[in-house]
Design a protein around this ligand. Structure first.
Ligand SMILES: C[S@@+](CC[C@H](N)C(=O)[O-])C[C@H]1O[C@@H](n2cnc3c(N)ncnc32)[C@H](O)[C@@H]1O
Length: 271
């Protein structure tokens, strides 16, 4: 008998069809009917599917929660969100693909080397997915963003992941006035923004970064994509940065998605 014939002759229990809907699958009727099922293989299939759902059951309500925030953002947020109503950053622990690959960025920048055991500030943290990914390495990581909806997502995911050393709040860098300074400040594609929410000049931006990096600390810089920031523009940006920081290392990133590759990364020591 061929595999197709075997499948065609198989009389699947209606219970199997019931389990196609993850939200219905875990209810008590399924479990009662399951105990009456005789076919061993079908029982195993259903059991395995329920096990899969059980593993991600907490994520189903998390995803529902963050989908509601994205929906509100779509209705109420009048600025560009960088994620096209979805997500700019990926978050592997909760299966969000995003447009940019958080793991590839972290590996390409060798962030582990710079943030381990440090107090870190992430300017324009977006949904906080990159900050949350490196949080287990850091002593403390704090991030803020002008987009309140993304900060709500960051705080939902932070609670879900039980990431106690991460802190997120909504606000602009222009209004930022925390003390004391941080050992490492992340400036990832934030020295200028396309949403018209950055009001300060590039010079003011790096001067302010300088104020918030502790003596002996680092600013980690990532540029925009070359088609948004030409070689000449990037040269001007880096000239301005170097008034306040000395560049220890700088290279072009080659890992990740089309949105990740081709950006310049620089490790900058406070002058
Ligand atoms: C291009 S995204 C970069 C996000 C993140 N830094 C990353 O690299 O994954 C720019 C982020 O900056 C935020 N933003 C724009 N203007 C800001 C400002 N003045 N202060 C703080 N955040 C700002 C946006 O909401 C957005 O999340």
């Amino acid at each position: 008998m061929s595999y197709e014939q075997a499948r065609a002759s198989k009389n699947y229990s209606s219970l199997l069809y019931e389990t196609f809907n993850p939200l219905k699958a875990c209810n008590v009727f399924i479990l009662q009917d399951f105990s009456k099922l005789k076919d061993k293989a079908q029982k195993q299939a259903i059991l395995n599917r329920l096990k899969d759902y059980f593993r991600i059951r907490k994520q189903l309500s998390l995803h529902y929660e963050i989908a509601k925030i994205l929906e509100a953002q779509l209705r109420e947020y009048t600025f560009y969100d960088y994620g096209e109503g979805y997500f700019y950053q990926s978050c592997r622990p909760i299966h969000i693909t995003g447009f940019r690959n958080t793991e590839a960025r972290i590996a390409g920048m060798q962030l582990e080397k710079y943030v381990t055991g440090k107090t870190v500030l992430d300017i324009g943290t977006n949904a906080g997915f990159l900050a949350l990914e490196v949080a287990p390495l850091c002593r403390i990581i704090e991030g803020f963003d002008s987009n309140l909806y993304l900060i709500q997502v960051a705080n939902c995911v932070k609670s879900f992941l039980k990431c106690d050393n991460a802190k997120f709040w909504a606000g602009t860098f222009e209004d930022f006035n925390h003390e004391p300074p941080y050992e490492v400040v992340l400036s990832f594609t934030n020295h200028s923004t396309y949403d018209h929410n950055t009001k300060q000049s590039i010079e003011d931006y790096f001067q302010k970064c300088h104020r918030y990096v502790s003596d002996g600390g680092y600013l980690l810089f990532e540029s925009h994509l070359p088609n948004y920031e030409s070689k000449e523009q990037l040269k001007c940006v880096l000239e301005c940065l170097q008034k306040y920081f000395a560049i220890d290392t700088s290279y072009v990133l080659t890992r990740g998605t089309q949105g990740d590759k081709g950006r310049t990364f620089a490790v900058c020591r406070k002058r």
